[in-house]
Write a protein that binds this ligand. Structure first.
Ligand SMILES: Cc1cc2nc3c(=O)[nH]c(=O)nc-3n(C[C@H](O)[C@H](O)[C@H](O)COP(=O)(O)OP(=O)(O)OC[C@H]3O[C@@H](n4cnc5c(N)ncnc54)[C@H](O)[C@@H]3O)c2cc1C
Length: 331
């Protein structure tokens, strides 16, 4: 039995088998939609079921509530069709770049902040690795474990992938990055992944990063600069302390490019800090009480992403469809 899924707003349709998620079915047929963790935790692939019956699948209650599900909401990375469906979701035509598995060699390990390591990976010489600025890769670790990291460089920089990895105390993978991983080590990764990339639009964009959420934002800005994009960007980067901000690059962008503004925000500043303080998304709301004419790209801490999404829509009239995010959820 194959079900027919129709997208209400744009008339697109695709087929879904009962044993595949709505996300898998859409991607398989060359459609794109935002997604992140693929495990019901980040909420990036959320959509509305206007008609028909689904099995909502193993979603995480912090990503979508039972009440939301009862009201017809669904996470497309978990939900399976149980009948033909009419859905409302950001599903568009446009080939997703197919993910592939490649071996990569560690070329450099550079500490960027007390708990952030920049890893530069060299791709095999005969291998092309197309990706969209903002996407991420999954390391394939022993025992079937995977860990996701956003690519921090633009695709224009060929042959290498730059990642920014924050140390998680007791973390299975990140502890190794800070102790045993060394130059010339070989790792396996699968990518590119995810639907976080700059959409075509004339609207100015607010770029919102917390911690290593700066990585895909860096890729997006570098790609925009490389392609001569005339979008206006205002980057807000939230960290705890000044030492956590490795921000010579965004400071240079703001000094050199009139269309780029940069505001660092510290949640636990020391006495000498004269810049913005508090939650990073609140600094945006102070500067932009009306976001109705903007797009927002948010990345990093899942709580920051969720709160920003809710507050920007509720308090500053940001259209729901203009918020794009990658939340760094964890197992
Ligand atoms: C789409 C996506 C992109 C990502 N991109 C990046 C990136 O660019 N840079 C980056 O540093 N991370 C990123 N992450 C997070 C990353 O994938 C790992 O989850 C993280 O590095 C922890 O891995 P670990 O194996 O060291 O910890 P684990 O062994 O998975 O976790 C150990 C313990 O720490 C807790 N924990 C794990 N992560 C956190 C956290 N962030 N905060 C608090 N507690 C935590 C877990 O619940 C667990 O109890 C991304 C995640 C996703 C889903």
């Amino acid at each position: 039995m194959t079900y027919q899924i129709s997208v209400q707003s744009n008339g697109l349709s695709f087929a879904a088998e009962p044993d595949e998620t709505l996300l898998e079915a859409a991607l398989r047929q060359g459609l794109t939609l935002p997604y992140g963790c693929k495990s019901g935790a980040c909420g990036a692939c959320r959509g509305h079921i206007a008609r028909g019956e689904i099995d909502p699948g193993p979603y995480k209650p912090f990503a979508i509530s039972e009440a939301d599900i009862a009201a017809g909401e669904a996470l497309f990375c978990c939900a399976h069709a149980k009948s033909d469906l009419v859905v409302e979701a950001a599903i568009t035509r446009g080939a997703q770049i197919e993910a592939k598995i490649v071996p990569v060699r560690v070329e450099a390990l550079t500490p960027r902040a007390p708990d952030v390591m920049e890893i530069l990976l060299r791709l095999p010489a005969n291998e092309t690795f197309p990706f969209l600025a903002g996407q991420f890769v999954d390391f394939l670790l022993p025992e079937g474990k995977r860990r996701s990291y956003s690519i921090a460089n633009a695709p224009e920089k060929e042959g290498v992938l730059e990642l920014h990895v924050r140390k998680v105390s007791g973390g299975h993978f990140t502890e190794q990055v800070f102790s045993t991983l060394k130059v010339k080590d070989v790792l396996r990764l699968e990518g590119p992944q995810g639907g976080f990339f700059l959409r075509e639009s004339d609207k100015p964009a607010i770029l919102l990063a917390s911690g290593t959420g700066f990585a895909p934002i860096k890729a997006i800005v570098e790609h925009a600069l490389a392609t001569g994009d005339q979008r206006a960007f205002h980057l807000y980067w939230g960290c705890r302390k000044e030492a956590d901000l490795y921000h010579d690059l965004p400071q240079r962008w703001a000094a050199e490019y009139p269309l780029i503004r940069y505001t660092p925000v510290l949640s636990e500043p020391d006495a000498g800090w004269t810049g913005a303080a508090g939650f990073v998304h609140q600094a945006v709301l102070r500067d932009y009480p009306d976001l109705s004419g903007y797009q927002v790209y948010a990345c990093g801490n899942p709580a920051m992403v969720d709160t920003a999404r809710a507050d920007f829509q509720r308090l500053a009239h940001l259209p729901e469809a203009e918020f794009f995010a990658d939340a760094f959820t964890f197992q």
